[in-house]
Design a protein around this ligand. Structure first.
Ligand SMILES: Nc1nc2c(ncn2[C@@H]2O[C@H](COP(=O)(O)OP(=O)(O)O)[C@@H](O)[C@H]2O)c(=O)[nH]1
Ligand SMILES: [Mg+2]
Length: 297
């Protein structure tokens, strides 16, 4: 299974790493090299701002003589990239309540089921709350996942106030002694104030009903949207206290740079990455491993 996951992730790295390798083989690294590297990073979705930060530090390295040839460029890049990822902080995922937010289609429900699968595998009793009462097909989708993963589910009625479904979910969580609660929400974005109202209400219900629980609010971001996903992510960030990002569909993008742009520009840590539609295609994001794979694979 590990190899399978590794092969899938390989695709994420390959487009960038094979190009990076040609830089690391160079006998001399100068301003022209940095210009080329800058282009590569931007093309890999690293974002203009984040790329500038990285290139600026490399330029200093050349100036001070610590970067002369390809291998020293590689050695210099590792701590620089690690620092970029560190700017997002590190999320506390040792929690028992997960509130999933993000726009429609970003992968909330799929992630919910993967997270449930992981916890069920570890012997936990998992309850889903289908608080997306807006989309007719949403409860069916989650019910189907609940059956596949062995989790239980609390369903809302069509157009029921999502916060009241969450209330029912919290009650069941307490009375039936569940270990993990996963709340799947709708991703409607008509207006910012509507989003804030809805998420605020849900958050207050959870905080009031489960005062002793630790809650992680995770924002799903579709990695295939590249920089376009940032504005949406910012809107959620302003509407609710996001603890971590779930970067979804990493199997669909050959552009591994997006993780740096997210951490650096949104200042939110990446908690998980997902790379397919199967229940086990989910990985806790490890910054050091990610950087190491990019540079040394
Ligand atoms: N390739 C790929 N597709 C994914 C991944 N995660 C979700 N999807 C697909 O993206 C679509 C939207 O996902 P869904 O979980 O329904 O998004 P939601 O609207 O935020 O709940 C579905 O067709 C999923 O199968 C992933 O990691 N990789
Ligand atoms: Mg959904």
């Amino acid at each position: 299974m590990f190899n399978f996951i590794k092969n899938k992730l390989q695709k994420i790295y390959s487009a960038v790493t094979s190009k990076l390798a040609s830089f690391f083989g160079q006998a001399k690294v100068d301003e022209a090299t940095l210009k080329e590297l800058e282009k590569l990073l931007i093309a890999a979705d690293t974002g203009v701002k984040t790329t500038r930060t990285i290139i600026e530090q490399l330029r200093e390295g050349i100036k001070h003589g610590s970067i002369k040839e390809g291998e020293s460029l590689r050695i210099a890049l590792e701590p620089i990239l690690n620092d970029v990822l560190k700017s997002g902080g590190s999320p506390n995922l040792d929690t028992n309540v997960f509130l999933l937010v993000g726009i429609n289609g970003s992968g909330k429900t799929t992630f919910a089921s993967k997270l449930a699968h992981q916890h069920v595998q570890h012997g936990k009793k998992v309850l889903f709350v289908a608080a997306d009462t807006f989309r007719a097909a949403a409860p069916e989708q989650l019910t189907c996942w609940a059956e596949r993963t062995g989790a239980d589910i609390v369903l809302g009625k069509p157009n029921q106030d999502p916060a009241s479904v969450v209330f029912e979910g919290c009650q069941k969580f307490k009375t039936d002694n569940y270990d993990i609660l996963i709340i799947d929400t709708a991703g409607r974005l008509q207006t910012k104030s509507h989003l804030m109202d809805e998420l605020g209400k849900i958050g207050r219900v959870v905080a009031k009903q489960l005062p002793d629980s630790s809650i992680a609010t995770l924002l799903t971001v579709d990695s295939m949207l590249g920089q376009n996903s940032f504005e949406q992510a910012k809107l959620f960030q302003e509407s609710t206290n996001v603890n971590g990002i779930v970067l979804t569909k990493m199997d669909g993008t050959g552009k591994g740079g997006i993780v740096f742009a997210i951490a650096h520009e949104l200042k939110i840590a990446i908690a998980y990455i997902t790379f397919g539609e199967q229940p086990d295609q989910l990985k806790r994001f490890n910054a050091h491993d990610y950087v190491h794979e990019l540079l040394y694979q």
